[in-house]
Each structure stands twice: as structure tokens, then as C-alpha cells.
Ligand binder design. Structure first.
Ligand code: FES
Length: 111
């Protein structure tokens, strides 16, 4: 079931605080849901450095997601670079919460 451009992809219980979950977007892209301090973000599940899966990484206390391969860091909501060696942002997606459902929306403009 879809709601406009937003599609349910997980529940809040699937992504506890500090958690990461890789889901498939309706368009086939792999997206990582990030719970940073209770706020859910959604980024393309592919590091902009050397394309490693960000879902294998870690959510840090400052709300960034750290790639497990070489340690690049990104803003969990905008995908903006917060730490080298990445220099390009990761595409971010709109997220909507309805009840306990996490709905994934369209890509956001690049930060
Ligand atoms: S692939 Fe992510 S930091 Fe290198």
C-alpha cells in the first residue's frame, strides 16, 4: 500500500535508537534507515567513498553514521559529509512516521 509518494518500509520497532536497517525502496534502490537520537533518517545504503554498505556501519552519538570500511561519516538526515575520506554526500530520502510505520518518500535535494 502506498500513500502518495510515501511507502511503508519498516516499523519503528525495527529501528531502535542507534539502529540501522537496510530496506529496499519501491524504485529498487537499497536504503538504510537510521535512528539517530529517536529521529529516523534514510540514506542511500552506499557510501560515497567506495560504495560500501552504510548499514554495516555505526550510528555515533553526534547523530552521524560512520562507514565501517574507512570511517567516513555522514549526517544521518541529509547525507552531508561529516568526516573524510568521503568528499561527496550520500543521497537522502524523505521519511514520514505514521503510527509505528516508517514511510519512505522521494529523494531529497543534495545538501
Ligand atoms: S567505503 Fe565508506 S569510507 Fe570508504
Amino acid at each position: 500500500m502506498t500513500d502518495g509518494d510515501f511507502t511503508p518500509v519498516a516499523t519503528l520497532a525495527d529501528v531502535p535508537p542507534g539502529g540501522l536497517l537496510s530496506v529496499r525502496a519501491p524504485n529498487g534502490e537499497q536504503v538504510v534507515l537510521v535512528n539517530a537520537g529517536g529521529e529516523i533518517g534514510a540514506l542511500l545504503d552506499r557510501c560515497s567513498h567506495q560504495e560500501y554498505a552504510l548499514s554495516a556501519g555505526e550510528v555515533l552519538d553526534d547523530g552521524t553514521i560512520e562507514c565501517v570500511w574507512h570511517g567516513a561519516r555522514f549526517d544521518s538526515h541529509t547525507g552531508a559529509v561529516r568526516g573524510l575520506p568521503a568528499v561527496e554526500p550520500v543521497p537522502a530520502f524523505a521519511v514520514r512516521i505514521e503510527g509505528d510505520a516508517i514511510l519512505l518518500g522521494p529523494r531529497l535535494p543534495s545538501p
